[in-house]
Write a protein that binds this ligand. Sequence first.
Ligand code: FPP
Length: 258
Amino acid sequence: MSPKFWQRRKSSPADEPLLLLPEKMPQHVAIIMDGNGRWAQKRGLPRTFGHKAGAEVLRSILTDASELGIKYLTAYAFSTENWRRPHDEVDFLMDLFSTYLDNEVDALIAQQVKLRFIGSQERLSPALCQRIAEAEKRTAAGTGITLNLAVDYGGRAEIVRAARLLAQDVLDGQRAVSEIDESLFSEYLFTQGQPDPDLLIRPGGDLRISNFLLWQLAYAELWVTDVLWPDFTPAEFRRAIRDYQKRDRRFGGLTPQK
Ligand code: FPP
């Protein structure tokens, strides 16, 4: 499908066309999918209904991101801290990830999506790990957007893991200490080979990073909305991108840089 870079949306302020500039499109967008529980509770429903609705929203945002020509979308689906939630909620989320893989992979292949899971798989069930491996393999040839799903992911854990892997390579004589710089270190992260996120979107209103992509978000532009994730729409997504396109990104210098 050819990318549409602007379109009129009824929900945009004063019904103005939402003009997005292709040359300023973020390459990589990261999203903290927050507010599912509150969304469900506001409706008198169990929190799990919010997660189910949230999974559907992810599908629509992935499609929109792909149409806009965004190359990487990283979505925080389960943190290293989320294991502290009630067993029923954790079990529901694990089942939701499995069902998502069962139901979505054919559509992802048709959309040329490359699916990657980032995070530890040590605490996931063998059945889920097997589904993840199959899904990654089946979508590996995707030439479109890469979807990184962060599951049992923590930014600190990722950095510690990278440090261990690098230290082991030094001990094995594969690397010299003098070679270690930011670029080499990045190669030991789950996002190896990918550009850092340009934009972090956080629905749900909280003003924190929550242990997400701590290394990679160093210069990301932050965009927060009170809208809860299950209510998040492609129109909202495009508003975030429009605002991003108006930012001056100076990366610590004095003049805007690309
Ligand atoms: C945070 O909202 C959300 C999560 C811990 C789970 C996010 C998972 C999804 C949106 C499902 C994604 C699904 C697939 C299949 C990839 P919260 O529960 O903390 O909300 P609250 O802040 O309102 O309590």
